[in-house]
Design a protein. Structure first.
Length: 460
């Protein structure tokens, strides 16, 4: 392996990248990168902010690795770090001989990376000051701030629910960041329910249950994402029940997120549902127009770019489902303007975002949205949509919900079956049954039409 300084290696790679990338793409995403450290087969690259870091890792990392491989015949391991963290870690260095200075900087950089890694369970982008507050989330945000200021004393547990991409994980992790920064707690652990299940299985197989329990029962704040994933999994529910009790009795904060209220999670033990509702349950709703505008303007500042007001307004008006899709539309518009040097008009945005806009019309409905609308229309409990009860007053609404899920989403039969805790054959039978009955039952047809109208798409 040819040994060379980080700058020399990176300059060679950049020459390769210039040849394969459009000039605007190179100047926007590659030219902003600075080589920081080269040690063994590890290359550390610095960027201005978290947005650049995540975007490069998700979209350009394989290309950069390929460029480095082509100029050095070495499979480099690349790490991105935000420049401000290096600056913080390397301010006011003590005078040292030049030869040792390089090592000193490397050591300090390593310390920064280790400190970031020690809090790696928390995403550095998910801070409280980057969470845009509006009418759809102000109550949840206020509750989160109260918990961050007084862990285990304000609301314990805190249960946050809402649809995909609305900021549940962001808000949950922001609590951890604030509590750590304020010195309120020493340890914060974040993980998804799926990861907890995998760790539990691994602990069972390797006879390490005591270590597993100690890891989560000795933390000051436990953050569990997507708690609905535990539904129907009895052994991990039993384990989490005892972990919950141990943390609660020790006055440790527990925060959970879900796509629905705990009482509406089919397959979740009643004793867990009861405990999840001991503290505060709060919902994140879809952001309104003003909040979407505020989110887009904040992202503009974070990305250090500027779009015309009519472009921001168009995106806010037409992308409504969730924050994640809103950010995606903004990045697409920015990239288009940068690569083509064309003005962003309403017409060009309509063409550019046509797939996203079409998704908004057809795919932004979740199974839960449809189930909730049907339950409200027929005045039955939301939980009855997935229950095993079979009286006609429940069976018919449930079949209507299954039919609408088939008609109003592009989801497969197995996916719909999972949402209803049924087999795909049951979904198929229910859908055909409702379709046939509507040919002879005008009242049923009117009910289905009314529900679909409320959901934003009349289908009969």
């Amino acid at each position: 392996m040819e040994i060379m300084p980080a700058n020399a290696l990176w300059n060679k790679a950049c020459k390769h990248l210039k040849d394969v990338l459009h000039t605007d793409v190179y100047s926007r995403w590659i030219a902003v990168i600075d080589p920081v450290d080269l040690e063994g087969s590890n290359l550390t690259l610095a960027v201005d902010n978290d947005f650049y870091q995540s975007w490069l890792e998700e979209n350009y990392l394989p290309l950069i690795q390929k460029a480095l491989l082509s100029v050095s015949d070495t499979d480099w391991k690349i790490s991105f770090i935000v420049k401000s963290r290096i600056t913080t870690a390397t301010t006011a260095p003590e005078p040292q001989p030049k030869k040792k200075e390089s090592k000193s900087i490397r050591e300090r950089l390593s310390q920064v990376q280790k400190s970031v890694k020690s809090a790696s369970s928390l995403n550095p982008k998910f801070k409280m000051d980057s969470f845009v507050v509006g009418p759809s989330n102000n109550f949840a945000h206020a509750a989160a701030c109260a918990v961050a200021d007084a862990p285990a004393r304000a609301y314990n547990p805190l249960f946050i629910y809402g649809g995909t991409g609305l900021g549940k994980t962001h808000l949950m992790q922001a609590i951890g960041h604030v509590a750590l920064a304020n010195g309120k707690v020493k340890t914060v652990r974040y993980l998804s329910s799926e990861n907890m299940l995998n760790e539990y299985i691994d602990a069972l197989q390797n006879r390490k249950l005591p270590q597993f329990r100690k890891r989560y029962r000795n933390t000051d704040i436990l953050l569990i994402d997507d708690i609905h994933f535990l539904a129907g999994k009895d052994r991990i529910q039993e384990e989490f029940f005892h972990t919950f009790n141990a943390l609660f009795d020790s006055h440790k904060q527990i925060i959970m997120t879900s796509d629905r209220p705990a009482s509406e999670i089919s397959g979740l033990e009643h004793r867990l549902v009861s405990r999840f509702e001991w503290g505060l349950v709060t919902e994140l709703e879809k952001p309104d127009f003003e909040t979407r505008m505020a989110i887009l303007r904040y992202k503009q500042e974070e990305m250090k770019i500027s779009l015309p007001d009519h472009a921001i307004t168009f995106i806010a008006e037409n992308v409504r489902a969730n924050v994640r899709r809103l950010e995606g539309a903004l990045i697409r518009a920015v990239s288009f303007a940068s690569l083509t040097n064309q003005e962003l008009t309403v017409e060009s945005l309509q063409r550019l975002l046509r797939d996203t806009i079409e998704q908004e019309k057809t795919n932004d409905l979740s199974f839960a949205d449809i189930q909730k609308a049907v339950a409200e229309h027929y005045d039955v409990r939301f939980a009855d949509m997935t229950s095993k009860r079979r009286p006609r007053s429940i069976a018919v609404p449930r079949q209507v919900a299954m039919y609408l899920c088939r008609q109003m989403t592009n989801s497969s039969l197995p996916d719909i079956a999972t949402a209803f805790d049924k087999t795909h054959a049951t979904i198929l039978h229910a859908s055909r049954s409702i379709e046939n009955r509507m040919d002879v039952d005008n009242d049923l047809k009117l009910h289905v039409r009314e529900i679909s109208r409320k959901l934003g798409k009349v289908i009969v």
